[in-house]
Design a protein around this ligand. Structure first.
Ligand code: ADP
Length: 193
């Protein structure tokens, strides 16, 4: 783990919940894999993971972490820009834990999709949707849910959505959005047109 990794990595119990939505034997693309916290849990569930990060140092740490967990053979590590790679990627689920812009997400009352880096959330979602409608997004706890609902409405056909609030020791750490087949049945919250 590097210094940034400590606040960027998804807490393990949340990564385990995310991985619970894959059925195993599926290919999961982890678009911003960082030090590998999510990729490792998807691999532990029996998925094949394509773990992408633009920073070679992060990928080296992720490879080491995957070895510690004994799952390195289930993960293909790629150093690269997700947006450049996306048109050539195939997968059953895309997992997106994009840069929130560091801890400053806490300074705004409502975190809008425009604040995501390096591109806004609408563009990011469109890029992921070109791969598959089965998308899991992990976002700040103050994310604007009206904009999220708009993401579903703008999709053709409109996508089903489940919103999960992720608490760690009674602290709301983030919000997970499940789209497409990653929605649990029966859905807790769905939008239909
Ligand atoms: P946070 O703001 O949540 O701390 P970071 O800035 O640490 O997020 O970014 C999360 C991860 O995404 C980092 O490991 C970073 O290297 C990676 N990353 C950023 N841009 C891209 C990109 N275009 N393609 C792939 N990985 C990226």
């Amino acid at each position: 783990m590097d210094e940034e990794g400590w606040f960027s990595v998804t807490p393990e119990e949340i990564a385990i919940r995310h991985a619970g939505r894959c059925t195993g034997h599926e290919v999961v693309i982890d678009a911003f894999s960082g030090v590998g916290g999510n990729a490792i849990q998807f691999a532990r569930k029996g998925c094949h993971v394509i773990a992408i990060d633009i920073d070679p140092a992060k990928v080296a740490l992720a490879m080491n972490n995957a070895k510690v967990y004994g799952v390195e053979e289930y993960i293909d590590f790629i150093v690269g820009d997700f947006f450049a790679l996306a048109p050539s990627l195939k997968g059953d689920i895309v997992f997106l834990s994009p840069p929130w812009g560091g801890p400053s997400y806490k300074d705004v009352q409502t975190f809008t999709l425009e604040l995501l880096k390096p591109v806004d959330g609408y563009t990011l979602f469109k890029v992921a949707q070109a791969i598959t409608p089965n998308i899991i997004m992990f976002l700040p706890r103050n994310i604007n849910l009206e904009q999220v609902a708009e993401l579903c409405r703008l999709s053709s056909p409109p996508l089903e959505l489940e919103v999960e609030l992720n608490h760690v020791q009674n602290y709301l750490k983030g919000v997970t959005l499940y789209f497409g087949s990653t929605v649990a049945a029966p859905p807790r919250f769905s939008i239909r047109m």
